[in-house]
Design a protein around this ligand. Structure first.
Ligand code: 2RA
Length: 412
């Protein structure tokens, strides 16, 4: 497999460009900034030299000289196959890609950079010499192999819920808490899809004016239950249209032409696991467990992008213009609002996109300090695989992967 290098535009470049744009567009300088314009310049210079763009250029240089032994655990699932595409699309410096699965899926052939790669059954020696494992095979599989992965010297970026709330495991959305990566002890957790999508939209507002309470209602697609569940919804729709028996192997009830509350286990307060993930994970990512959060999670007959209606409460009214501007400039967000056309984020538009579509920003008419937004985000990409690959990029940029088995590009 020949490693490639080339142009690569990461979220970190986007951060810098958005910052620069915001800076050049800034007209409402504070008295202090107007009095000391050189401070603005020095701030810009300081930002540039410490910026992610700078680090991104470092990654470009690293890419020319170093690459990594990468394994995907759970390679044949919806997220696994997206991970393969994203490593290729984003030109992650892969020296060799190992695709791992359960024995049931082993032997399949998938393609990476135009070459066939045979999926191997995961086993005791699978992680020998591997630097980075991107895991998306479910919590029990992650728990079963985590020790072997870490003992082999690799870093595991885990897409399951197995380690998310472990205090020794950073839980990361690179646009929000990249610094947490420095504390890793071999495992980094990728948050749940609903948490990522909500946090990406709320964080830019929270940094302007702290949010005190979040009320969310989700509209979750079939993709959250996996590739086979997506196929099941299509089969259900076909069966209903043909007046035939409706298959329900992956969902407890027919999802086609129906909606039902998320079927993860319920606690004694009446909240399901999916809802509590949004609460607990957001606390950990924002570093604020005093933030009041509640969610109602609902499965809807959409194939691959989740949507969420989110109400935020602040201590004081949030200016609508400031909220729109913050979201227009936020990394990972595409602002989508056309009030005349009544056009706002939709899962069909979000599918296949990296950015979370956010819009329909309005005041909560029942609360002067409330603000409402609506979002749609691709559950498989930013909700899972893209965030995982962005964490991998962060680890490479900040040299947080081991160096012992890195290869020099061109040696293979
Ligand atoms: C779901 N949150 O949508 C899950 C996927 N991680 O059901």
């Amino acid at each position: 497999m020949t490693p490639v290098s080339g142009s690569h535009f990461s979220i970190f470049d986007a951060n810098f460009l958005k910052f620069s744009y915001r800076f050049t567009q800034k007209t409402n300088f504070t008295d202090k900034e107007a009095l000391y314009p050189h401070q603005n310049l020095s701030y810009l210079l300081q930002f540039f030299t410490s910026s992610n763009l700078f680090r991104s250029n470092q990654l470009e240089e690293q890419k020319l000289s170093q690459s990594y032994q990468v394994a995907i655990l759970g390679a044949t699932g919806a997220v696994g196959t997206e991970l393969i595409s994203l490593l290729e699309e984003r030109n992650f410096p892969v020296a060799n890609l190992k695709l791992l699965s359960s024995p049931r899926s082993a032997g399949k052939t998938l393609s990476f950079r135009g070459e066939p790669v045979t999926v191997e059954a995961v086993g005791d020696r699978s992680f020998d010499g591997v630097d980075l494992v991107l895991a998306s095979a479910g919590g029990s599989v992650s728990k079963a192999w985590a020790k072997a992965i870490v003992e082999a010297g690799a870093v595991m970026v885990d897409n399951s819920s197995a380690f998310r709330m472990d205090p020794h495991v950073p839980l990361i959305i690179p646009e929000i808490n990249p610094e947490a990566a420095h504390d890793h002890q071999g495992i980094i957790a990728n948050p749940n899809c609903t948490t990522i999508l909500m946090a990406i939209a709320v964080w830019p507002l929270h940094t302007i004016q702290p949010v005190r309470r979040i009320l969310a209602a989700t509209y979750q697609s079939a993709s959250g239950a996996g590739a086979l569940a997506m196929e099941e919804v299509k089969a259900q729709a076909q069966a209903i249209l043909n007046d035939e028996a409706v298959p329900t192997e992956y969902f407890p009830y027919p999802l086609a032409f129906n909606v039902f509350p998320h079927n993860s286990p319920l606690d004694d307060q009446g909240y399901c696991q999916e809802e509590m993930k949004m609460v607990n994970e957001t606390h950990k990512i924002f570093g604020d467990s005093s933030l009041k959060i509640k969610a109602t999670c609902i499965r809807v007959p959409v194939l691959r992008a989740h949507s969420e209606a989110v109400t935020l409460e602040f201590d004081a009214p949030f200016d609508l213009g400031a909220a729109r501007q913050a979201l227009q400039q936020a990394p990972g967000v595409k602002f989508v609002e056309d009030w005349e056309q009544n056009y706002f984020p939709m899962p069909l538009d979000a599918s296949g996109q990296d950015d979370v579509l956010v819009g329909r920003i309005r005041h909560d008419i029942s609360n002067p300090c409330g603000l409402e937004l609506w979002l749609s985000g691709d559950q498989i990409r930013k909700g899972a695989a893209l965030n995982t690959v962005q964490i991998a990029e962060l680890l490479a940029e900040r040299e947080l992967l081991r160096t012992s088995s890195r290869e020099t590009v061109g040696t293979r």
